[in-house]
Design a protein. Sequence first.
Length: 110
Amino acid sequence: MERYSEYRIMWVLVFFDLPTETQKERKIYANFRKKLLKDGFNMFQFSIYLRHCPSSENAEVHTNRIKSKLPEKGHVGILTITDKQFASMEIFYGKKIQETPQTSQQLELF
């Protein structure tokens, strides 16, 4: 059970602000976003994407993959936090509090 500890499970958050003034910049923005989606990230807010990772080693793999696909212009931030830290986040939709997304247990096949 130690393997699924809330201190071992990680979340990778990617924050980005890319220029979109020209057609070329919009295409670079769209390609970066598509690469995040292809790598298993989900949109949390417009320029914030997150991904659940079963371990810090797995989170490092995805972080390195993002770093290899960074666009030349713009700002990109990558934050890795534990599942315990993520669970303490309060999410609001207007004035109503919204439940934090539930993490699913990863099955291991032999």
